[in-house]
Design a protein around this ligand. Structure first.
Ligand SMILES: [Zn+2]
Length: 207
């Protein structure tokens, strides 16, 4: 199984190349981070925000989970990994933008469309997680005018996550004060194209 060796080979290339060339930048970054942007993306191996947005280290605070879902604000929630990352990004780091990036051929979205009972046998945390998009899923499934349910739910789930972000009081306050902007994007893997949500029309458009 050579895969971990391949990771270490990549690390050594990083040491020889990027780290060696930009040592000053890395030393500066060691003092602290001030990313202006938070990106919430899927865990999918094909849609790394660092690649899609050609990011430099320190440029974006990134949270990845299955199907780039944001749960609503909930003080009763237990150990809340996603909510705590959002809280730290917005109130701790003071990011000025939060971007939710969905993508084509998303397995989490496919599982939701297949009925949500797609995870491991016994109790499935994946099924629990995906149930967060039951509402947009049911709306997309019920709409007979929609032919491409997969794409429609990928995009509807992004809108749903943006609405959920606005249930966090510190996000609603900052957005109302013009200190924070929310954005939705959809990356089509095969064409390498990013569509950006225009919230006025509700449509995803080529930038
Ligand atoms: Zn995905």
């Amino acid at each position: 199984m050579p895969e971990f060796r391949e990771l270490l080979d990549g690390y050594h290339r990083f040491r020889r190349n990027d780290y060696h060339r930009h040592r000053g930048r890395w030393e500066e970054l060691a003092e602290g981070q001030q990313p202006p942007v938070m990106i919430i993306a899927c865990c999918d191996s094909r849609v790394d925000p660092a690649t899609v947005f050609d990011l430099l280290p320190g440029q974006a605070f990134v949270l990845r989970n299955v199907a780039n879902i944001v749960p609503p604000f909930d003080v009763e929630a237990g150990l809340a990994g996603v909510r705590s990352a959002i809280e730290f990004g917005v109130t701790g780091l003071g990011v000025r933008h939060v971007v939710v990036m969905g993508h084509g051929a998303c397995g989490g979205i496919k599982a939701a469309l297949a009925g949500g009972d797609q995870g491991a046998p016994g109790h499935s945390h994946l099924d629990d997680w995906i149930s967060l998009i039951d509402e947009p899923r049911d709306a997309v499934v019920a709409n007979e005018a929609i032919a491409d349910k997969q794409l429609a739910l990928e995009q509807a789930a992004i809108r749903h996550s943006l609405a959920n972000l606005r249930t966090f009081p510190y996000i609603a306050e900052r957005e109302a004060a013009g200190k924070l902007k929310l954005h939705g994007c959809h990356f089509t893997i095969g064409e390498g194209r990013l569509l950006v949500l225009d919230e006025e029309s509700g449509e995803f458009m080529i930038d």
